[in-house]
Design a protein around this ligand. Sequence first.
Ligand code: PLP
Length: 263
Amino acid sequence: MKTNKTAHQRPVVMVIGGQDPSGGAGLQADIESIMAAGCHAVTVLTAVTVQDSASVADFMVMEPELVLAQMKTVMADFPIAAVKTGMMGSAGNIAAVSDWLKQNSKAPLVVDPVLASNEGDRLAIDDLVPAYREKLLPIATIATPNSEELERLAPAAKGQSKAAAELLALGCDHVLVTGGHGKTGKIHNRLYSRNGKTSEMSWPRLAHEYHGSGCTLASAAAAQLALGEKVKPALTIAQAYTYQALVKGERLGKGQWIPFRKS
Ligand code: PLP
């Protein structure tokens, strides 16, 4: 992976998401992935979750005013080279964050549309799909839905390529659909771009379920964009990094395996 050995200062990546006390997903996954790439993470908390490596028991979502206040404070202090969103928790948070970023940020934006946990547990107080479609996806450089999230974000579209095209038509520049949640022998991640190009990367399916694989991938991609990589190489590096983090993952708790996000 590209690490920041020559630049004078580490690029700063702003991540907006929830805290997962198991350390598998959420802001901890973001920080670890971003550090591994040689960048610094500034972290805007949207929600506190109560979860272990197996399931989500509860969560509390921050009010949009508090999320915005955190963003404004770090954005006034640091030069933000890329932004990544994860768990937003409410439609109000998506609207507040999107409106602010649209007016005040030119940094590339990676949107991991978190609608539920890997195990299907709820992670939002209301239906996030309209807010993602109307607010956050239109300003995204890259969206990283898994195949189930894609179906929920574009329910009327028939098939993956039509659903991805629908998200691109909303304004998003690139859609990386990850296939980790299926049952096939290989994982196929497909990149759809607004210029009409598509490409695919395939990975052997690992034997276990992992906590925070999507967070790891999206944050690693944001870090590569912050380092100056273009979208396609950034995603290639981020996918290879995520695959290695999963290969090296361990079952530290009693549930899903925890990625090992060393560089
Ligand atoms: N953010 C938080 C705080 C979470 O708890 C979870 C899942 O449990 C996610 C994000 C989504 O994780 P991923 O997309 O990596 O499965």
